[in-house]
Design a protein around this ligand. Structure first.
Ligand code: PMP
Ligand code: GLN
Length: 385
């Protein structure tokens, strides 16, 4: 009989099942309103679905070229140029991926070796740390203040060593809903200018930004852009997280290394969807109106719960809102999230799972990418708690 422990040493011994799988599973099991995992409960544009159908009917059903179809890469180059005034070569600097997760995995696999240090900021999206660990890297995690989630760049400077390979940033930030300012980016640029440190800039919520703020892409800052892998997700932008489509833009030398790994962990991403996206991106309003669209949802949700016992400061980007429950109970955020799912039939994400040593700040994350009806039902529940 196979002695599992003898032949198999876990590469990720400490890593539990993703909180998104846990909370969505619990929501289904208890028939709860699911505001945990980040996905819309409304449909993607019928026009886009039609375009996918047509691509399938037109025979685009075999492998796409390894880096993605050129027409889609050209559209991404145009979009990036019009938004950030910087030109990326679609042939050599843009790669279509199976969602942002695969892009992030590929960046880390292609760059991080045993003993390399990677600086991340907590709370951090859950896929960074396990992936760094998988490739023998060491995560250097900086815990941000739970009040404002501001980065102290002097502190970052103090943690840079000759082993620092990469810094990972995420703006707009999941789960806090905070954004990095131009000043932040300039400070980061100054910090990295004369180093060989790479930047992974997770910008999957680039179009979901509120109150007239501008997204500060790493592409806007030359000394950052030259060392950056910029990651985007179509799932977040076009309301179809289940399609798992995204992309990575990076200077040619970085992209070359990225593709060496990409070709062996997925080879290429979904072909008919690429054909559809290439067409759909020709209409910029399809993504430029996203900020207003989600700002209305944020405002509705917050207005509906303004008299509840939860405390909050409005999200500035992403489709997540943090709610502090310290006035309600002292139980752990994890226990409270589970109890709310089972007893009150509303699921959320306890943010301690994204913090250093599960630092519990009595805060839950709610996804407001939901219909008005869902948000009203959610508010009714939350107002009674
Ligand atoms: N990064 C962040 C910050 C996210 O919130 C998500 C979830 N969309 C991802 C990466 C992964 O995106 P995808 O679903 O396209 O893999
Ligand atoms: N990005 C989504 C969130 O933050 C979850 C994606 C996933 O389930 N891995 O909720």
């Amino acid at each position: 009989m196979l002695n599992f422990n003898k032949v198999f040493q876990s590469k990720l011994p400490e890593i539990p099942t993703s909180i998104f799988a846990i909370m969505s599973g619990l929501a289904t099991q208890h028939n709860a309103l699911n505001l945990s995992q980040g996905f819309p409960d409304f449909e993607s544009d019928a026009k886009l679905i039609k375009l996918v159908n047509s691509a399938m009917m037109n025979g685009k059903n075999q492998y796409a070229p390894m880096p993605g179809i050129i027409s889609l890469r050209e559209q991404i180059a145009q979009k990036t140029e019009s938004l950030y005034k910087v030109s990326y070569n679609p042939e050599t600097e843009i790669t279509i991926t199976a969602g942002a997760t695969q892009a992030i995995f590929t960046v880390i696999a292609a760059t991080v070796s045993k003993g390399d240090e990677v600086i991340i900021f907590k709370p951090a999206y859950d896929c960074y740390e396990p992936t760094i660990e998988l490739f023998g890297g060491k995560t250097v995690a900086i815990q941000l203040d739970p009040e404002d989630f501001k980065i102290n760049w002097e502190e970052v400077k103090g943690l840079i060593t000759d082993k620092t390979k990469m810094i990972i940033i995420n703006t707009p930030h999941n789960p806090s809903g905070r954004i990095l300012s131009k000043k932040d980016m300039l400070q980061l640029e100054t910090l990295l200018r004369n180093t060989n440190i790479l930047l992974l800039s997770d910008e999957v919520y680039e179009h979901i930004i509120f109150d007239g703020e501008q997204h500060q892409s790493a592409a806007l800052f030359p000394a950052l852009a030259e060392r950056s892998f910029i990651i985007a997700s179509f799932g977040k932008t076009f309301h179809n997280t289940g399609w798992k489509m995204g992309y990575c833009i990076a200077p040619a030398q970085l992209t070359k290394e990225f593709r060496k790994v990409h070709q062996f962990n997925v080879f290429s991403a979904n072909h008919p969807i690429q054909v559809a996206l290439a067409e759909y991106l020709k209409t910029p309003s399809n993504y430029l109106e996203l900020g207003n669209f989600y700002q209305q949802k944020r405002d509705l949700f917050l207005d509906l719960i303004k008299d509840s016992r939860f405390e909050f400061s409005p999200s500035k980007g992403t489709y997540f809102q943090l709610l502090n429950f310290k006035n309600i109970t002292q139980e752990s955020d994890y226990d409270f999230a589970v109890r709310l799912t089972k007893e009150q039939k509303i699921a959320s994400i306890p943010i301690s799972v994204f913090n250093n040593e599960n630092y519990d700040t009595k805060v839950l994350r709610f996804c407001f990418a939901k219909t008005e009806e869902t948000l009203k039902r959610a508010a009714e529940i939350l107002n009674k708690i």
